[in-house]
Design a protein around this ligand. Structure first.
Ligand code: UDP
Length: 567
């Protein structure tokens, strides 16, 4: 059946229901953004005219909101707890609804069992029949619940699952055997999914799919009002909890020399939060009122926590400049408590690396907050800067609809569209190496555009550009430095001798191993290594000794998840 765009959200609002503060928060958001979703749907429909879109049967099981997982979020919605997840789930549900799919929402284990057709009273190992869904969106909590209640069928049906995973999961952590053997085992990872089945809040690593969320857009009148009403010396501090302000008195004092400071810190009537007296604290605001505050403010100031939330994008969309601390050395699960145990080694270079890397000046300034002089200079510069409201296309409703539609229509983890190439046995070539040996440059990458005609692959292989990384560089970084992005779907096509030859790797020996940095080359020893385990293909992997064979591709400006020929 064909899917048709929907611009009316009433059926969705009914299905989401209320009764919990988290659900009411989501419904309020859906309602508030309904007009902008409708406009985006119309525009995308126009652009995709003539394209057949199949209607999918989709189950959305929001694990972290179930009573069975403790539902720690709902009671905190009105108290300054994390709201980013709620924002994202509201937008995912809306996207799936607007795209015209057949949606079932589950918020408890009982509803999950009902949807999956698990017979009541069966033990922990039921065998359920054919799945009545094409796709299941859930989170790590939901994944655990599904495994528990699907028994043996879980393995068989897991290719249909998509996991909403805020910070991302890298392949080395996802492959159970490898994670256990090599110290990548965490409480979250090791599900042996295709890493693209994990969907993140920001485009953290191309090993995962970038799901995202949306930012509220402005119409012409609102833009005009913003220009007119901006207060040049007004700052809003990012941080709903008093703990986020701890130890920042010195910075606040500097800022206060130049600007009036506003905050939205949650507090209970009897106990005002511990913020300096010169701060005007509004208490936690409803989203809409926060938007109004941001429309007036010139500066949105992050103190380093929370990491990678939606609020900085909202501030930039409302014409603020986001000032945030640089993390030097970068923080990661290897050196920082918050990230410890998360299934990724990703290095976080500032409070909000996405805004730093993809948006930058004049909307974003990332400075060393330990250096008061640098901080003060940034504040003075911001007072002089003129900025326009800005939203990257991928965070608009149209951008999110376009991206998720492409995933739904093209991503398929159930059938291996491409047969995994037969990996050669380890072998060594006797006699002289082929000559002349070409010294591979260490700094500049070698790019080879292979001429492979391949069966159905998405993204299409026409986008592939093969790059050899310098030593100690991941494919994420290598592709980025070449103005491209790493595309893990291409790994199976470049795990072979043609690719090594194309890059002039001059292999004297070739081995196949399970290692998350392979395929790779040890140039000085003329040793080439193929990947033996498809689940370990990884853009993120780095090795000091190896130069990696990286499958890169182009991407659309403002829509990094998609390539030119992807639509
Ligand atoms: N927010 C809000 N009222 C406030 C402060 C924040 O409604 O007073 C909303 C904000 O609009 C954003 C969401 O909370 O969409 C999440 O904010 P944040 O970036 O702090 O991320 P979190 O840590 O909550 O996931």
């Amino acid at each position: 059946r064909q899917a048709f765009f929907r611009s009316d959200l009433s059926l969705l609002l009914e299905r989401v229901g209320s009764g919990k503060e988290s659900l009411s928060f989501m419904r309020r958001r859906m309602r508030r953004l309904s007009a902008q979703w409708a406009v985006a749907a119309r525009r995308l429909e126009e652009r995709l005219r003539g394209q057949y879109r199949e209607q999918k049967r989709i189950l959305v099981h929001v694990g972290f909101l179930t009573e069975e997982s403790g539902d720690v979020f709902s009671p905190k919605v009105l108290k300054g707890g994390p709201l980013g997840e709620m924002v994202q789930w509201a937008d995912i549900l809306t996207t799936l609804h607007v795209l015209g799919h057949n949606l079932k929402i589950s918020l408890s284990v009982k509803e999950l069992q009902g949807s999956l057709g698990v017979p009541p009273g069966r033990g922990s190992c039921p065998l359920i029949g054919p799945l009545s869904f094409d796709l299941i969106y859930t989170d790590y909590h939901g994944l655990q619940q599904m495994k528990q209640h699907m028994g043996l069928s879980f393995r068989q049906h897991r290719c249909h699952i998509r996991v909403i995973d805020t910070f991302g999961t890298e392949p080395a952590y996802n492959n159970e055997e490898y994670a256990t053997l090599h110290g990548y085992r965490t409480n979250w990872g090791y599900w042996n999914l295709n890493s693209k089945q994990y969907m993140t809040m920001f485009p953290h690593t191309p090993d995962n799919s970038f799901m995202g969320f949306v930012t509220e857009e402005l119409n012409q009148t609102e833009r005009f009002h913003i220009q007119r009403d901006k207060v040049n010396n007004m700052a809003v501090v990012y941080g709903k909890e008093a703990s986020m302000w701890k130890g920042k008195e010195k910075l606040l004092t500097i800022l206060h020399r130049y600007m009036d400071i506003h905050g939205t810190v949650y507090y209970e009537a009897q106990r005002p939060p511990e913020v300096p007296a010169f701060v005007r604290n509004h208490g936690l605001l409803p989203q809409q009122e926060l938007q109004q505050l941001l429309r007036k403010a010139k500066l949105f100031l992050g103190f380093g926590f929370p990491y990678e939330g939606p609020a900085p994008l909202e501030a930039i969309a409302n014409g603020c400049i986001f000032l945030q601390p640089k993390f030097d050395p970068p923080r990661s699960s290897l050196n920082h408590e918050f990230f410890r145990g998360k299934p990724t080694s990703r290095e976080v270079s500032s409070q909000h690396p996405y805004t730093e890397q993809y948006i930058g000046k004049p909307h974003v300034r990332t400075v060393d907050f330990n250096n008061s002089q640098e901080f003060e200079t940034a504040v003075v510069d911001i007072l002089k800067d003129k900025v326009e409201p800005f939203i990257p296309y991928e965070y608009t409703c149209e951008g999110m609809l376009e991206r998720v539609n492409a995933y739904i229509q093209h991503q398929d983890f159930c059938h291996r569209g491409v047969p995994f190439p037969k990996v050669n046995e380890s072998r060594t070539w006797p006699g002289n190496p082929p000559s002349p040996f070409l010294q591979l440059p260490n700094s500049t990458a070698l790019i080879w555009a292979p001429n492979i005609s391949a069966p159905a692959c998405w993204p299409p292989l026409s986008a592939l550009r093969l790059v050899l990384s310098p030593e100690a560089s991941s494919c994420v970084k290598t592709c980025q430095d070449a103005g491209l992005i790493c595309e893990p779907a291409f790994f199976p096509f470049i795990n072979n001798m043609e690719a090594f030859n194309g890059l002039n790797a001059q292999c004297e020996s070739l081995e196949a191993e399970k290692n998350h940095v392979f395929p790779a080359v040890q140039v000085d020893r003329r040793e080439c290594f193929q990947q033996k385990e498809p689940l370990l293909f990884s853009c993120a992997g780095v090795s000091a000794k190896h130069q990696r064979v990286c499958p890169c591709r182009d991407y659309l400006h403002g829509q990094v998840a998609l390539c030119r020929d992807c639509l």
